[in-house]
Design a protein around this ligand. Sequence first.
Ligand code: P53
Length: 478
Amino acid sequence: MTRLNKDFLWGGALAAHQFEGGVINTSKGYSVADVMTAGSAGRPRRITDGVIEGEYYPNHMGIDFYSHYKEDIALLAELGFRCFRTSIAWSRIFPKGIEKYPNEEGLQFYDDVFDELLKYNIEPVITLSHFEMPYCLAKEYGGFLNRKTIDCFIKFARTCFERYKGKVKYWMTFNEINNQMNYRNDIFGWTNSGVHFEEYENPEKAMYQCAHYELVASALAVKTGHEINPEFQIGNMIAMVPVYPYSCRPADMVLQVQAMHDKWFFCDVQCRGHYPNYAKKMFERKGYELDITQEDLEILKEGCVDYIGLSYYMSNTVDSTACRDISKAVDSTNSHSVKNPFIHFSDWGWGIDPEGLRYALNMMYERYEKPLFIVENGFGAADYMKPDGTVEDQYRIEYLRAHIKEMKKAVLEDGVALLGYTVWGCIDCVSFTTGEMEKRYGLIYVDRDNEGRGTYKRSKKQSFEWFKKVIASDGEII
Ligand code: P53
């Protein structure tokens, strides 16, 4: 048996802020992503104080899906996609986040997109918040460090659940909610929660307070969604970067367990409905007295997720003889982390590790016994379009093939319950971490450069035809 089931959700994934465009001259409000400039592998993106004239914001145009959505969805249908994961830009529905009533133009846009997908039998898989909090909530409320933001988020979630209850079944609350564990890197706190943690006296404590409010918001959204439609499948979304011990030295093994606590923290609460003991002990030890009410704890209990959405791109390695500060050691962009000598790295320094995917799926399934959904996996590279218009992205095919092989082993040999697999950035889009266009993930090429110039014309890459066959054969022909 080398095929996956017919109902396995093969597809692709994108996020509103990275591909929609439709920011200027529409009723959409600015989001936290709309005030981020362009960077590169070694030059971080800057977060500006509002939209400043003369600055360049790559997300404002994205790839202009806003006016190309019919053409784009037709291409996804040609690929044979069974699902398409995207997000609803919160600031398109509530431009400032604080309005009483939603913005009809924004709601209508997603009705049109979902209708177009359903026309081709493509199941929409929807993230409510993928780094797109209205800028106003970050600026005026202090993002998720303010309890009031929970209400704003629930108002948004309820609006979406009610409006699209007949069109969307699969939801996720917050994209990669665990990124902010790396509170030293400004981009993560900002995009997860609209907070600059470094501005607080104790950034780590601020992060945990913020995390708590967001976990309550996530659980309350799950609860609210199930009340609106009991058929809804509502998941969380975790950036799964498994951590390996550098050696079989016992101290490395223990350090790996501690490093993994940071990885599990959010997922543990969202799946089990309560804080794990290692976190309670850590709060005690560090003297973090957080605003956590009895009512919050009830909500966490009642709002456990139905499935776990995860992204998988790479693994990381810790070495007890090199650095014991976990928060530094597990950040691969930090000089304290060690390179795994058994894997290769992409041009952006991401460690390519297909077997790590099988390992991660097994660990997660054993820990929670809830269905998993790989909602992001893909390879960012600087593709070259030949004068004849073709793009030979053999390296991307190899990356995807190797990961799909390991995924199949996890399902077919290890018995992991997996709902589906979506290729990240199935149409080229603006890179999240660098804001570049030239870090491409797509099966479909978009003629746009780092500065936003180009015809925005779409072309199929070599990987397009390959992935189409993978889906058509239920994963048998890879
Ligand atoms: P870009 C780190 C580790 C794994 C996934 O990233 C990550 C990150 C960065 O937070 O993010 C996801 O475009 C994210 C997407 C993003 C994608 O990875 O920087 O959910 O929005 O585009 C790829 O190469």
